[in-house]
Design a binder for this molecule. Structure first.
Ligand code: HEM
Length: 491
């Protein structure tokens, strides 16, 4: 490999894609001197055609990101909660790949913006790849997948102006009061991390763990940065985003090049299944956290990132992560957002990278092998050779295990378009108010200034007022100060 900056030494003849030598890579072939270009110059045509096809569709969300390989190490025994092999003993290590991202920006967007950060982690386990596709926030804006495309439309470019519009953002949030908690988080100090290394990660969703005795537990994952939390103020971020749009990506790559391997302490909150029905908050509502006083986090692992990808397109752009990639001992919860995501990611991968996306080097299992009867499709690599492509068969092909990865859950009632049930202390504002009241006076001031700066750009009074009303419901002081700050900016 020629390293950037080195003088390239010839590594033998330049060839076409078919391996034939190329005589001239500087001048295309013409009819006579100064005449038109000839169709017979196949190396020119091939080069232009390949160039036209260099891009694949960018991710519809989280398009902008950076990734690195690493190691997950078990640091405490969790076998009483899960039978997942990669968590089976203290000291056990599993190779990982982590992709960080922002949500709303396109592929070339700046890193230092106010936006949640994606935290997509692939564990290459001996029982198959396990993906946790989380964020740096423990909660989300909405609690039903059916609202996700509408929400994202308000974060992306307006169909008429072609830009992100404050009107759309605040219209949707004002009309979706369940977003108040996550919006408070986003406009607070943690809304613009200084780098990917200086932020936490969360599963956000509740998942199921189940042990060898068949007992199930509801769990939430937390990845606490060992580098310490560092954030950017709005003014600092605005400068950095302009001066170094790739700031987070560069920071991650160069830290690993220097041997400063970032790490996270991995914790789990565990809720006994029997608690779920009567817990004060609906444990499957993604707009809520489980307060640590109720379910204290238990430390069980260390995640370290220690190797940069060699090729960003092959390993980061083509990487795929799916919340539906489980291994035995881990499974879904009935969280309505998660359930929608179980469909959405595989569908996105098939569109964006193709039907054989799972078999690219970064995506395929590294500690086991994928063995099934699916075959062929675009860019199939022939990995099954001549093996039989049907089941059952009499030729010793792979067979089902009869061992489901997760435990069944109890359900009740009849089918219907139901809202997420409210538990005793549930409403859309309680945890947003709690978060506000936890902040220091300085933090509150910055939160109000950040929110007011954004809401004051809204063109319609009713949209701005509806948005402010949600914060008022979270905390009277929060609403009052925000209203005054918006009025001061609007004049
Ligand atoms: C029902 C709600 C959601 C839907 C339908 C959805 C859909 C998607 C889709 C289609 C992608 C692009 C995937 C690709 O092209 O490879 C994506 C990426 C992503 N989503 Fe979601 N999403 C939802 C909610 C969430 C939530 C709640 C989180 C975090 C807790 C999240 C975190 C991410 C991350 C981190 C990525 C980037 C994955 C990567 O690095 O490749 N999403 N989402």
């Amino acid at each position: 490999m020629t390293v950037q900056g080195e003088t390239a030494q010839s590594a033998g003849p330049l060839t076409t894609e078919a391996g034939a030598p190329v005589a001239d890579n500087q001048n295309s072939e013409t009819a006579g001197v100064g005449g038109p270009v000839l169709v017979q110059d196949q190396s020119l045509l091939e080069k232009l055609a390949h160039f036209n096809r260099e891009r694949i569709p960018e991710r519809v969300v989280h398009a902008r990101g950076a990734g690195a390989y690493g190691t997950f190490t078990v640091t405490a025994d969790v076998t009483r909660y899960t039978r997942a092999h990669f968590l089976s003993e203290v000291g056990k290590q599993t190779e990982t790949f982590l992709r960080f991202s922002t949500v709303a920006g396109n592929l070339g967007a700046p890193d230092a913006v106010r936006d949640p950060r994606g935290f997509s982690l692939k564990f290459y386990t001996e029982e198959g790849n396990y993906d946790l596709v989380g964020n740096n926030t423990p909660v989300f804006f909405v609690r039903d997948a059916i609202k996700f495309p509408d929400f994202i439309h308000t974060q992306k470019r307006d169909p008429y102006t072609g830009s992100q519009e404050a009107d759309n953002v605040w219209d949707f949030w004002g009309l979706s009061p369940e977003s108040t908690h996550q919006v408070t988080w986003l406009f607070g100090d943690r809304g613009i991390p200084a780098s990917y290394r200086h932020m936490d990660g969360f599963s956000s969703h509740t998942y199921q763990w189940n042990n060898a005795a068949g007992e199930a537990f509801w769990v939430k994952y937390h990845f606490k940065t060992d580098q310490g939390i560092k954030n950017l103020r709005a003014e600092e971020a605005a400068v950095l985003a302009g001066q170094d749009p790739d700031s987070h990506q560069r920071d991650l790559r160069t830290a690993i090049e220097r041997g400063e391997f970032p790490s996270w302490t991995v914790q789990i909150q565990v809720m006994p299944v029997a608690d779920a029905a009567t817990y004060r908050f609906n444990p499957f509502d993604l707009t809520k956290v489980w307060p640590h006083a109720d379910y204290p986090p238990i430390e069980f692992g260390k995640l370290e990132l220690n190797r940069n990808p060699e090729n960003v397109f092959a390993e980061v752009e083509q990487s795929i992560f799916s919340p539906a990639h489980f291994v035995p001992g881990i499974g879904p919860s009935p969280d309505k957002m998660l359930q929608g995501r179980l469909f959405a990611y595989g569908d996105a991968h098939r569109y964006r990278v193709g039907i054989n996306a799972d078999h690219l080097p970064v995506n395929r299992p590294h500690a086991t092998e994928a063995r099934n009867y699916s075959r062929d499709g675009l860019a199939y690599d022939g990995r099954h050779g001549g093996a039989k492509n049907y089941e059952p068969n009499s030729f010793g092909g792979p067979a089902q295990t009869n061992a489901p990865s997760w435990q069944p859950i109890a359900v009740s009632g009849i089918t219907g378009s139901e809202t997420t049930p409210l538990h005793a202390e549930d409403n859309d504002f309680v945890q947003a108010g709690n978060l506000y009241r936890l902040m220091s006076e300085d933090e509150k001031e910055r939160l109000i200034a950040n929110l007011a700066g954004s809401i004051s750009q809204v063109s319609r009074e009713d949209i701005a007022e509806r948005a402010i009303a949600n914060f008022r419901k979270a905390d009277a002081d929060y609403g009052k100060r925000l209203e005054a700050a918006v009025q001061a900016l609007r004049g």
